[in-house]
Every structure is written in C-alpha cells, then in structure tokens.
Design a protein around this ligand. Structure first.
Ligand code: AMP
Ligand code: ZN
Length: 468
C-alpha cells in the first residue's frame, strides 16, 4: 500500500511499526462552533483510511482529539456569559452528532486537551530539563534553533524563516531568545481558565497538546499523523520538534495531509466567514451525500464546493442504492436454490472490479477511482442479474456492493438502520444498566446508538431520542 508522505514528498510503501497494527493520530477540531464542511473533510478522509486498513485486516488504534481550550473558545464564552467548558462541551456533543450523521466511526479514543494538562506540564518540564525550552516571566518557550531538524516536514529553511519572522517583529517588545521560538505554556489572563504549574497559573500552547495526547494514547512512535494541509506549518512542524526532542526518536513515520475544501476557489474557514456547517447541509441532503462528495475527489486535490457537485453526488450515490434496492427486491422473489456453475462463472468476473477498487485504494487512497470501480460493478450487476437468478447468487452481488461501499463509509443498504422498537429496546437496556450502576455498558449503548445516528436526551420525563 502506498501513502504520500509529506515528510519525504513521495509515495512510500506502508510498513507498520508493528505487524498487523496501525497507530494513527488525527488532529481534531477546536470546538467553539458547529463544525463546517471544511472540518468535515479530514474527518471523512481519515475515517476512510482507517476503514481501508481495517478491511485489509489491520487492527487500527485511531486517536483524534478535541481542542477544548483556546482563545476562540474563551472569547465565545465571554460573549455568551458562560464558561469555556460549557461552550466546548456543547460543541463536542454537536460535533459527535454530525460525525454520526456522516458515518464516521468514533475514534478508539477522543482525548480532551483539558483532561491531559498533567501530561503537558510533564513534557514541558522534560523539555526544559533537556535544554530544549526556557521560561521567561511565566511563559515557557521552545528553543527552536536547538532542534536541528526543524523545518523538515514543511521543507522550510530555518534561516529564511527567521529573517521572515524578524521583519514582522514589533521592535524591542520580544522576550524570546529567537523569533522562531514558540509557546509551550502561557500565563493566564483575567477571566481565563488556568491550571497550576511550576511556572505560573496558566494554560498550554496548542502544539504541545497533540504531542502529549499522541504519546499517552499511542506511545512515543506512531505510524500515521494526519490533518488538513494548513496544519503542516507551524502546528505539525512544532509537534515534531517537541516530541522528537522529548522522546529522542522519530515521532511519526507517515504524515498525511488533506487539501482544502474551497468555496468559490477560496479556503472555507470560520475566519473568512464563507463556511457552511455540516448541520446546514444536513437540512438539505442526507449526510451520506456529503460523504460521497468528499470522496469523489482525491484527498490531496483541492475540492470546490458547489450545488452542482452536490447534486451529482446525490445522483451517484442513488445509482448504487438503486442497484442494492433492486437486488433486495429480486432476493425477495428468487428461488432458494444453490448457485449454478454459470452463475458462479458470471459472478467470478466481478473480481476484476474488486482488483481495480483495491488498486485505487492502495495507490494513496484514490477514493475517486475506487468509486469508479464500484460504479463498474454496479453496471455489471445491473446487466447480469434478474429474477431468474438463485437467491444465493443475488446475495453475493448484494454483499459485495455493500461491503465495498461500507469501506468508504457509504451506507447503501438503508434497511440496516435500526427500527424504532430496536431503539426503544436498547434504551430500556441502557436504563437498566444505569440502575445497576453498570455505566460502562450504559455508555456503550449510548455510543452504539450514536454511531447509528440516534441521539439520546435525558429529560425529566425520561429518555427521548431523535435521528441526527
Ligand atoms: P480547526 O478547527 O480549524 O483546528 O480545524 C480542524 C481540522 O479541519 C484541521 O485538520 C484543519 O486542517 C481542517 N480544516 C479546516 N478548514 C479546512 C478546509 N477548508 N478544508 C479542509 N480541511 C480543513
Ligand atoms: Zn494537532
């Protein structure tokens, strides 16, 4: 399997650190608003990468954080007259609903920055002890020039960076040893959330959060670190400097970055105000259409959002769903007889489409070509099946289309959705588990429902549910 590695700027053969296992960290969103569809691109892309590894038999440990302490969250809390924690908790819950709607598997672990402060203080201290960091008036900075490989991910030259930075400096006001040094820990300002530390009451810098959470949940070395291409510099460059200086070993083997989702050929972003939230899109389309749209381009190509492309995606997805519905209908009327040799021969030709599908995915996750292979399979199926076929044969076509779509996270067999009675039964089981203080089981049921797009709300009148 080939992966384009930002570090070497080449497609490299994927070799896991440990046979049969993949350790993967994906930088998650800063939670102060509903996520926009630009944020959804890395979520969908890397969930698909995970699903493909799982299809290949790998055991994937997938960690993706929520940045729940940040200037923007604090600003929003002040505007609303509430706490930063209330804001971040609210938008984490909303984000999880959107993720469920887009059929994104919950990560093995979704760490929250605010729950990992101890580890951050430890790593900052470690960096100070090793001479890679220093404190000035309560702020701790990373001594960038000491990390000789700085710039290796973004392919930037340290001297060029430094002269560029110097031009931007406000005269004399700087307390840093070097303009490229970046913050690991900063003192609190009035009204901000803060934690005690050996340097001052304050909070961590953004970059240290990911270095620490990745180390805690995946170890000092991981296979893949991923995010949007705007994170290459400085976020990922700084993560590498911190982690490699602290741990003395290579941090991540492969660095994967998705290109931007644009609108009118400009990056969609909260700051430009040109964004559409996933929630808005869900009012117009099934979020499976959004997922299809994202996967219809290669993840390293810019993708321009447009109504036309969304309509095309809707039609594309319907082509697959219609084939699956037709197979279901035929299976309902087909004879329960064994598959004939002729049927087996005709079905064997689908192997070619599977081969094309896998070749596309093995080539740096070319989902656009993988979808094209599914279309070919759908076309072949439509021309070769009829009510004359055995049920066993029809089932094989059905299973294959559903399986290949599922690896892309596309739900094409709508009946897989839970029936109302099944939901009620699971809610009852959850209530019983809570009563018995089996909170792990109760949470597992809530998560299972969430992954199927069912949101629970505990109210005074009992538990209510709705579809995301
Ligand atoms: P943020 O909440 O801004 O930290 O972003 C969370 C994730 O979304 C990061 O991996 C970003 O790189 C990614 N991201 C943000 N905007 C876009 C966009 N317009 N297109 C693709 N990825 C994006
Ligand atoms: Zn990160």
């Amino acid at each position: 399997m080939k992966i384009f590695n930002t570090l070497t700027r080449t497609k490299e053969e994927f070799v896991p650190l440990e046979e049969g296992k993949v350790k993967m960290y994906v930088c998650g969103p800063t939670v102060y608003n509903y996520i926009h569809i630009g944020n959804a691109r890395p979520m969908i892309v890397f969930d698909t990468v995970r699903r493909y590894f799982e299809y290949k038999g790998y055991d994937v440990n997938y960690v993706s954080n929520f940045t729940d302490v940040d200037d923007k969250i604090i600003k929003k809390a002040i505007e609303e007259g509430t706490s930063a924690q209330e804001v971040s908790q609210r938008f984490i819950a909303e984000c999880k609903k959107d993720m469920a709607g887009m059929n994104i598997k919950p990560a093995t672990k979704h760490p929250l920055a605010t729950e990992e402060i101890c580890g951050m203080i430890e790593m900052v201290q470690d960096l100070i002890d090793k001479g890679y960091a220093y404190e000035k008036n309560g702020t701790v900075y990373f001594r960038t020039r000491k990390f000789e490989q700085y710039g290796k991910l973004s392919h930037k030259n340290l001297d060029d960076l430094r002269s560029g930075e110097r031009a931007l400096l406000v005269s004399g006001a700087d307390e840093k040893e070097d303009s490229l040094d970046f913050v690991l820990w900063k003192p609190k300002k009035e009204g901000e959330p803060a934690w005690e530390s050996p340097w001052c009451d304050g909070r961590p810098g953004w970059h240290i959060e990911c270095s620490v959470m990745s180390k805690k949940y995946l170890g000092e070395q991981i296979d893949i670190h991923a995010g949007g291409e705007d994170l290459v510099f400085p976020h990922h460059e700084n993560e590498i400097a911190q982690s490699e200086a602290a741990n003395g070993k290579e941090f991540a083997r492969y660095w994967m970055h998705n290109a931007f989702l644009n609108i009118d050929n400009k990056k969609m972003s909260k700051s430009l105000g040109n964004f559409r939230t996933v929630r808005e899109i869900s009012e117009q389309y099934d979020l499976q259409v959004l997922r299809f749209f994202m996967l219809s381009a290669h993840y390293r190509s810019p993708l321009n959002f447009s109504a036309d492309l969304m309509e095309a995606s809707k039609n594309g997805l319907e082509r697959i769903i219609n084939a699956v519905d037709n197979l279901k209908h035929l299976m309902g009327v087909a004879a329960e007889v064994p598959m004939t040799d002729t049927e087996a021969e005709v079905f064997a030709k689908t192997e070619e489409f599977v081969k094309n599908y896998e070749a596309a995915m093995e080539d740096d996750f070319n989902t656009a070509d993988a979808i094209a292979a599914i279309f070919d399979l759908v076309k072949y199926t439509n021309t070769n099946v009829s009510a004359e076929n055995s049920k066993e044969c029809l089932q094989k076509y059905f299973d294959l289309i559903v399986k290949l779509s599922d690896v892309l996270g596309l739900i094409v067999n709508k009946e897989e959705e839970l029936l109302d009675e099944e939901i009620e039964k699971l809610i009852e089981e959850r209530q019983a588990a809570r009563k018995a203080k089996d909170f792990a089981r109760a949470d597992a049921i809530r998560d299972e429902l969430l992954s199927k797009g069912i949101i629970l709300k505990d109210t005074r009148e009992g538990v209510q549910w709705k579809k995301a």
